[in-house]
Write a protein that binds this ligand. Structure first.
Ligand code: DGJ
Length: 696
């Protein structure tokens, strides 16, 4: 339960949520100044803490260095600027003046203005479960250039040392987890690509270097934004560490003025004293309770045609795949790229969203009806933000793409980016998407986005930089509108795999395509990094063919299934050509997945052993009375004896039944000593163990 109090005498606000207290005050110059973020503290203790928050002082430092709630550029504040403004007369820097505050339903708003210039700043704080959401709003009566506008600056307590956890990657190698000491000075993570990116993901976690999976204090910050972004850690010799972040990138300037306010995306902050495991579970609980639009639903088992057919799409081929998919227990059939315009390869047709009549002589409806007739929902691939230069759309509207005059238009994957900040482009996209979904009985869109921005100009527009933010906002608005007008529609976010995974896109989609790399072994690592913040409930994972499309590795079918079953299971192979034995196994494993799905998709994740090259990787989900354990061994070395897996999150006073073996285990023993994983011998061995708390 959220409690927000104002200690008037101390000009201090204290916010206490599910598992933490956050406090800030106004300093003598009205600067919003950090007081506490961490374990719950009563108000009286917060007051005591205020007396001792100032770091040491000398003639070269601001006494409140590193404590700004939104470290604004100006005066003696030399910290990494979180807010940098330039007024019309050339004056830079901000001088804060407090105006008022408001508390409504766990949401604190602090109203400020500049001491002289007509700039208004509102700082927002909203408690949601274990998470504190923060963002900033700027408004002005005359034009102000905003060089930087972070959502929030987060000050951490002074620790002996600091360690950072974050993920990096690239196409087909997303979300790989790193933990490393925080360097002194500034460390910047971000994307200048106009999308979240495969290369970094907008979150960091910080601990003092001693936290483990099960123990220790961990602080996490994540941005709800799907465009360019930046998160900066600043570590000073005073011992202070901050994390500041928001949308945008160097050199892109926002212009705020009459009728043109600027609202940053949410930056979500989380504190736990339960280690990295508890941090992830708290993030997942937050996403399920406050981010995803239909969290209570179970995501269906889907089939996707991309790896089976590539661009060689035909009605007969899709029907054959759909019939096979239905027989395997698939619930949602998704036809991928290649169904429209002249899109017979990646060279042409993108932007021409009329069904290809050579491939579908009677339109899409017969296939959609056939899929529905097989008892499945129908989904379709779209990439609305893109155009092939070789397309009717581009020939008609060459000015619709991002471009600068006298500059080349760089192609990636032979395509250009449409400028969704233009109202005519956004209206065009809405028109055809609305018609497609409404007239063809489409239940699901896979919304793809296959290249970053370049030459991001908007000739003729006075304030061209705004396209960086407004493109993303227009995509959000379109998703929101389609969802509102078609309440049954569900959406998967994709950007060449995991290039657009973040809390912003998850607010308006139902799942994300995690990576184009479906190699089960690589996926263990990708899913490990993904799951640090994002839940299994949104993690789309397909079983595909041997050898793998991306890595050429061959992995047994059961192992491939077991890895994908730890998320939202899908099939993506050429199932029409699977041998009978594989089909039989696939049918059994799809049925098993449907049984364990509520536990995986709605349960709490315990990572028992992280992905390793040598030894067993294991994870566990707990949901009510039910438990599912996944164990994977890539390579068996030296005939090593099996080590038991110590389970977590169980009730020590109860017994747990394994319905497959009929054996019951004591909860206390499973916690204290563990469960023998019972993996088959040899390489690529995997197993799923189901357990159920026995009612006493
Ligand atoms: C990239 C996606 O990640 C793939 O799954 C597939 O949809 C292709 N685009 C289609 O062009």
């Amino acid at each position: 339960m959220a409690v927000i109090s104002f200690l008037e005498e101390h000009r201090t606000w204290v916010l206490t949520g599910e598992s933490c207290t956050y406090a800030l005050r106004l300093d003598e110059d009205d600067v919003p100044t950090h007081v506490h973020w961490g374990p719950p503290l009563p108000e009286a203790d917060v007051v005591e803490l205020m007396e001792s928050t100032l770091p040491w002082w000398d003639g070269f430092n601001d006494p409140n260095e590193g404590l700004g709630e939104l470290a604004a550029d100006g005066g003696t504040r030399y910290w990494t600027p979180a807010l940098q403004v330039r007024f019309a007369d050339g004056t830079r820097a901000l001088e804060w003046r407090y105006a008022d505050h408001d508390v409504t339903d766990g949401h604190l708003r602090l109203f400020f203005e500049d001491r002289h210039y007509p700039l208004r700043i509102t700082l927002h704080y909203r408690l949601r479960g274990a998470v504190l959401e923060r963002w900033t709003e700027l408004g002005a009566d005359t034009d102000v250039e905003v060089v930087r506008a972070d959502s929030a600056t987060w000050a951490l307590p002074v620790f002996e040392d600091y360690r950072l956890s974050h993920v990096t990657g690239r196409w087909a190698a997303e979300t790989q987890l790193h933990r490393s000491p925080v360097p002194h000075g500034e460390t910047v993570f971000g994307s200048r690509r106009g999308i979240t990116s495969h290369h970094a993901n907008p979150w960091v976690m910080v601990d003092d270097g001693t936290a483990t999976e099960g123990h220790g204090e961990v602080y996490g910050i994540a941005l709800a934004w799907s465009g360019s972004w930046r998160l900066t850690t600043t570590r000073s010799s005073t011992g202070r560490l901050t994390v500041s972040g928001g949308f945008g990138q160097d050199g892109v300037v926002h212009r705020v003025g009459p009728g043109r306010p600027l609202t940053t995306p949410v930056a979500a902050g989380l504190y736990t004293d339960g280690g990295f495991g508890a941090a992830s579970r708290a993030w997942h609980a937050y996403v399920l309770a406050h981010v995803l639009p239909h969290p209570d639903e179970l995501r269906p088992v889907l089939y996707n045609s991309w790896e089976a057919t590539g661009f060689d799409v035909t009605e007969a081929g899709q029907r054959a795949l759909a019939e096979r998919a239905a027989a395997l227990g698939v619930e949602l059939f998704v036809m991928d790229d290649g169904w429209f315009g002249a899109r017979t390869g990646d060279h042409a047709g993108l932007g021409d969203w009329q069904v290809n009549r050579e491939r579908f002589p009677d339109g899409l409806k017969p296939l959609v009806d056939a899929v529905h007739g097989l008892g499945m929902r129908f989904g379709i691939w779209v990439e609305p933000e893109m155009v092939n230069p070789d397309s009717d759309l581009h020939r008609a509207h060459p000015d619709w793409v991002l471009h600068h005059p006298h500059r080349r238009r760089s192609e990636l994957r032979r395509q250009l980016v449409l400028n969704f900040a233009r109202p005519d482009v956004a209206a065009w996209a809405h028109e055809w998407l609305d018609r497609l979904v409404g007239s063809q009985g489409i239940d699901f869109l896979k919304w793809d986005m296959n290249r970053p921005f370049s030459e991001a100009g908007w000739p003729g527009e006075r304030d061209q930089d705004r396209l960086w933010v407004e493109h993303t906002r227009a995509v959000y608005a379109l998703l929101d509108r389609l969802r509102a007008d078609h309440p049954g529609l569900r959406i998967e976010a994709c950007a060449g795999g995991g290039g657009r995974i973040d809390l912003g896109v998850l607010t308006r989609t139902d799942q994300v395509w995690t990576s184009d790399n479906t190699d089960a072994l690589d996926r263990l690592r990708i899913q490990h990094g993904y799951g640090q913040v994002y839940p299994a409930r949104a993690m789309s994972a397909w079983v595909t063919d041997n050898p793998n499309f991306v890595t050429a590795r061959s992995v047994p079918l059961e192992f491939r299934f077991h890895v994908a079953m730890a998320g939202v299971l899908g099939l993506g192979g050429d199932i029409v050509h699977w041998p009978e034995d594989d089909l039989t196994l696939a049918r059994e494993l799809v049925a098993l997945y449907k049984d364990i799905r509520p536990v995986v998709q709605h349960g709490a994740l315990y990572r028992l052993r992280p992905p390793v090259d040598d030894g067993v990787t294991a994870l566990q989900y707990v949901h009510g009375d039910r438990v599912v354990v996944f164990a994977y061994r890539q390579a068996a070395h030296f005939n090593a004896p099996e080590r038991p897996l110590r389970l977590a999150g169980l009730d020590p006073a109860h017994r747990y039944l394994d319905p497959d073996s009929g054996v019951t285990h004591s909860g206390a023993v499973l916690l204290a000593r563990g469960l023998p994983p019972g993996l088959p011998t040899g390489d690529f061995a995997s197993r799923v163990v189901r357990l159920e708390r026995v009612k006493i």
